[in-house]
Design a protein around this ligand. Structure first.
Ligand SMILES: [Zn+2]
Length: 187
């Protein structure tokens, strides 16, 4: 019997949870068996599928070797909500795995509640495209995926926690602290 890190229920699921979906090339960055229950695993699979099968990600997955012109903005906007959930889920699991003492600081309780809810609006900034980091991320070594072009960064300060997910030339940054806080206090 294990306790799910998301819903906190006891469960007997023994499947591995991929922090970054396998279809994006991740074979290393996983959580131990039993970390996430099958209910939560299935919930994540739904929005992961939506994001990973969206045009920008498919283009990268095909790896034609040619960077094409920008995907129309309209499509990106339609999928913004699931994309945010997708990124929050990766951030949540990654922080757990890293065992950084930020677990409480980052108010994971808020992120946990968002992940348990249906994909409703998450009011936080989401930046698409390359965003240069102003300083070296605090935990770059913990978050880099070896043997893959996927990278995760967490840049943490008193005021914010910028989580950046990079996949080839795509990059998304969001403030996970703000997302969790706003959800909790209905701001
Ligand atoms: Zn669960």
């Amino acid at each position: 019997m294990s306790k799910c890190i998301v819903c906190l229920r006891d469960h007997t699921n023994t499947t591995i949870e991929h922090i970054v979906p396998r279809s994006l090339g991740n074979i290393h960055y996983i959580l131990p068996k039993g970390t996430v229950c099958s209910n939560c695993n299935n919930r994540f699979a739904r929005f992961e599928h939506d994001v990973v099968s969206s045009k920008p990600f498919i283009e990268r997955r095909l790896r034609t070797g040619v960077i094409r012109s920008k995907v129309p903005n309209t499509e990106f906007c339609l999928r913004k909500k699931v994309l945010k959930l997708f990124l929050l889920k990766i951030a949540f699991e990654g922080i757990h795995r890293s065992r950084i003492k930020l677990l409480n600081d980052l108010n994971l309780e808020g992120i946990r509640l968002i992940l348990l809810d249906k994909p409703i609006s998450i009011d936080t900034e989401l930046i698409q495209g390359y965003k240069p980091l102003h300083r070296l991320p605090n935990f770059i070594d913990h978050w880099r995926l070896k043997g893959s072009r996927i990278q995760l960064y967490l840049d943490h300060s008193v005021d914010d926690a910028l989580f950046t997910f990079k996949y080839d030339d795509m990059s998304f940054t969001m403030d996970i602290k703000k997302a969790a806080h706003r959800r909790l206090y209905n701001l």
